[in-house]
Design a binder for this molecule. Sequence first.
Ligand code: TRP
Length: 335
Amino acid sequence: MTTNRPKTFSGVKPSGGLHLGNYLGAIKRWVDDQDRYDNVFCIVDLHAITVPQESAALRQQTREVAAFYLAAGLDPSRTTVFVQSHVSAHAELGWILNCVTPMGWLERMTQFKDKAAKEGDNRERISAGLFDYPILMAADILLYDANFVPVGDDQKQHVELTRDIAERVNRLHGGGRDILVVPQPLIADTGARIMGLADPTRKMSKSEDMPGQAIGIFDDPGDIRRAIMRATTDSDRTIAFDPNRPGVNNLLTIYQVLSGRSRDALEGQFAGKGYGDLKKEVATAVLDTLVPIQERCKALLAGPDLDEILRDGADRARQVANRTLDRVATAMGLR
Ligand code: TRP
């Protein structure tokens, strides 16, 4: 499957629970853009184990995320969907890149600093893998010669690190040739940042310990509707896109991404209406999208197709990944 289309690679961790923010900010766009690129999408279980995981839950969530990708519309005949640990080249290139990347570059990663701070900066409680996480992510991306990496803006720094690593490998080991493609982040302007419903000043996140903050992809439809109807707004009355009114802004953003309509059109639609009307419309739009996806997911999780698709995806991924690994290993004297 070689075309002239630009290549994309992206990944999602099978932990933390997929939520509406992941869907609207990332997965929906990958689905919509499927024909513009050659796509590789990966469930990054090796990244998940940088923090402790319960094995049965990890196995289950890995299948759930894969099922969700497919149910949401990723088409395995056009997009390679696979599980990271099924392709050993990720760990191998990860090791090699470890040896090329200065510690100082990793020490600047804000996501690591944030995660470490949550553990009281106690080095006995943080795995070396958590620190090393961005290098494995660089290996993921570089193995597939990705031109673009569609991610949320929280991952931009990691893609920039990936660029730096690729350039360093090319400079130190390319012998005047580029052995790795230097990728670019692809950050959506809308939907990249869906905020929480209870506290709209914080990103929607399942790890946030706040009821109603996130809409889980597999949540019960009744719970989803209730969470939206209870979303925090403000005491203003008008319905308008306004970053200073994060609650209303967020509800409108969700609706905008789901409806594909312009901001002006939406502000027109809700002129003179109340927050209750807006919430009802948003809830209906969310459920109209999620419920059919949930049903397709259930069918995939129960049947044999899913594992077959993942096996086939890993076979295809392995061929590309091993070629890149060989290129780098050869350049470094490992072959
Ligand atoms: N670090 C990403 C996240 O937390 C997941 C990820 C791993 C990823 N490898 C990747 C994203 C490669 C894009 C490309 O969301």
